[in-house]
Every structure is written in structure tokens, then in C-alpha cells.
Design a binder for this molecule. Structure first.
Ligand code: DP6
Length: 320
């Protein structure tokens, strides 16, 4: 009746932006991501038929305003007549800092909930359940470089390259830790309804996925860098051209991009990506990590720099 699971966040290299079905939370496009090591969320789920309602604690504090989404996810995993649960979550990185805490949280939650309920679900089923809570969470069930594909009226997730097959490093520069002006679900919907570029984004995604998949298969860093930066900027262009515009960047975000461009001009193998927030993630090869870290750490206004490698998928860490 009790289980603890751990999952790492993931960073999309080819982005998910837009839903084909909001009720089922189905993404309108496939995506490719990298699951991170070192950063993690640990979820403890304890089922207790003596409780009247679910209880949620995040990093030791009651968070009733987040409970509805967690309860809905538990209903999906355990069925609507399940017992109530005491859920506690601990992350070793700032929540809502654009480092995908919802992905690691829901990935760990479905694994812990299924184990606490005595279910023997496949990883694919758990990924689909996590994806119903948050699209990007489906990818954190898998380690390494991961692709989420659309299949019929659902999704399929798989590892393209395992966590030890290409030792990329990810350096995240935190430029602002304030809560986002608008959450990604709502922002995606605004883009779908109002950006004149939305249909083009959907049309071009298969080609970007194919280029990235081939680059990953060939461990071709320059090819992956080019398509990942292009795809990221296309996603942010959708946001900027939405009505009202959705702008997550700040001046420090732009200063980090300029710093990465000058590293590239100096021959450093590095590229950037950004999600629904102002943080900048630089992906590089291990030999260049120290230089990339130092370059981002010394950008005026950068509050912190976290570096990590590629991690494994969500897993149980204990049953007590
Ligand atoms: C920009 O997975 O947070 O990070 O399904 O509505 O919960 P919901 O969205 P979410 O969106 C992630 C968007 C992104 C790109 C990505 O991770 O692919």
C-alpha cells in the first residue's frame, strides 16, 4: 500500500507544443527529449482507506492547490473507486524554475501509485498515464534520448539511445525563479487558437523529428544542434505570435543566447534550448562542459548554473 519512486526531469530537443485533444491531454506533435541525471523528484504514495481525501505535501509543505491534478492522476492509475492517498514529493531542484518539475513529478507519481496499488503495469502504460497528467511527463518514464510518437489516438514512447550511449552534458542557466506568467497548457491553447504559424509548426514537425532521430542515431552533434535550435526558436515564435503574446524570455535569457553564440563562433560544440520559461539549457560534449559552465555562470544576472548528464527512466526506489 506504500511505494516510493524517483524520476528525473527531461529537456525537449524537439518540442511538444499544442494538443490535439485537451480532454485526453494528447499532444498534437511528437517530441524528442533527453532525460536528466542528478536532478530528481521522489514521490511517496501511501494508500489509506481511513482518509477522507487525498493529502499532498511538496518538499514538506501542504499544497492543497496542486492536489486536484494529483488526484486526477491517481484516479487514472488506480481507478475512480481507489482509496485516498497520502502523497509526498521531494525535488532536489527548484520547482517552477523551468526545469520540468511537472515531468519528473508525474512520472514518479504514476510509478509509485501503480506499485502502491499492487499493479503490474508496463512502462508503456505508465508513460501513457503520466502523459495524461502532463505531456512531457510521459518521456521521463524512459532514460537516455527519448522519442514520443503519436500512434492512433494515443502515444508511444521509446528510448532512441540509452543513457550511456552518447555522453552529452546539459548545463542549465537559471535566469529567474519567479512563477511563470502563464502555464504551458494554457499557453499552448492560446498558440493553437491564435498564432498564424501554428499550422506550419504542425506540418514541419515530422521533418524535424526525422532529422533529429537520424542525428542521434549517427551521434552527429552539429546536425542535432542545428535542428534543435531551429525547432526551439520555431516554438518560441509561435508563442510570440500568439494573441495575447506569450513571452517567457527576459534580458538575461537573451544574454545567455548571445554567450552561447560566441562560444559556437570560438568552435565550442554547444547548442541552446529553452522551454516554457526563461531558463537557458546548453547542451554540449563533456570536453567543453567546464567552458560552457563558466561562460554561462559569468553572464550578468544568471542566478545559478546546474550541470547534469543523461539519466535513466523513472523507477521504484522503495516500498516503505
Ligand atoms: C515547452 O508537458 O508541461 O516544455 O501536457 O499541458 O502539462 P502539459 O504540458 P507540458 O509542456 C511542455 C512544453 C515544453 C516542451 C516539451 O517539453 O516538449
Amino acid at each position: 500500500m506504500r511505494a516510493i519512486a524517483r524520476a528525473g526531469p527531461n529537456i525537449a530537443l524537439i518540442k511538444y507544443w499544442g494538443k490535439s485533444d485537451s480532454a485526453k491531454n494528447l499532444p498534437a506533435v511528437g517530441s524528442i527529449s533527453v532525460t536528466l541525471d542528478d536532478l530528481f523528484t521522489e514521490m511517496r504514495v501511501e494508500l489509506d482507506d481511513g482518509l477522507d481525501g487525498d493529502i499532498l505535501e511538496v518538499n514538506g509543505e501542504r499544497r492543497d492547490e496542486l492536489r486536484r491534478r494529483v488526484s486526477a492522476c491517481l484516479d487514472n492509475v488506480l481507478g475512480p473507486s481507489r482509496c485516498r492517498a497520502r502523497v509526498s514529493s521531494h525535488s532536489n531542484f527548484p520547482i517552477a524554475a523551468g526545469l520540468a518539475s511537472s515531468a519528473s513529478s508525474f512520472a514518479a507519481l504514476v510509478v509509485a501509485a501503480a506499485a502502491a496499488g499492487g499493479q503490474d503495469s508496463s512502462r508503456g502504460d505508465l508513460a501513457r498515464l503520466a502523459g495524461r497528467a502532463s505531456g512531457s511527463a510521459a518521456r521521463s518514464l524512459y532514460g537516455g534520448l527519448v522519442e514520443l510518437s503519436l500512434a492512433g489516438d494515443g502515444i508511444v514512447v521509446e528510448t532512441l539511445l540509452g543513457e550511456r550511449e552518447w555522453p552529452l552534458r546539459i548545463v542549465a542557466a537559471v535566469t529567474d525563479t519567479a512563477a511563470k506568467p502563464v502555464g504551458s497548457s494554457e499557453a499552448m491553447e492560446i498558440s493553437r487558437r491564435t498564432s498564424p504559424f501554428y499550422s506550419r509548426w504542425i506540418e514541419e514537425q515530422a521533418a524535424d523529428l526525422a532529422v533529429a532521430r537520424d542525428a542521434i542515431g549517427a551521434r552527429d552533434f552539429p546536425a542535432l544542434a542545428a535542428v534543435a535550435e531551429h525547432n526551439c526558436l520555431k516554438m518560441h515564435s509561435l508563442m510570440w505570435t500568439s494573441r495575447p503574446p506569450v513571452v517567457y524570455w527576459n534580458s538575461v535569457t537573451l544574454a545567455c543566447l548571445a554567450r552561447i553564440r560566441s562560444l559556437q563562433e570560438d568552435g565550442v560544440a554547444v547548442f541552446f534550448t529553452m522551454d516554457a520559461g526563461p531558463q537557458v539549457k546548453a547542451i554540449c560534449l563533456p570536453d567543453d562542459e567546464a567552458r560552457v559552465r563558466e561562460a554561462l555562470r559569468t553572464v550578468d544576472g544568471v542566478q545559478a548554473v546546474h550541470a547534469c548528464g543523461i539519466g535513466c527512466g523513472a523507477a521504484l526506489v522503495g516500498g516503505a
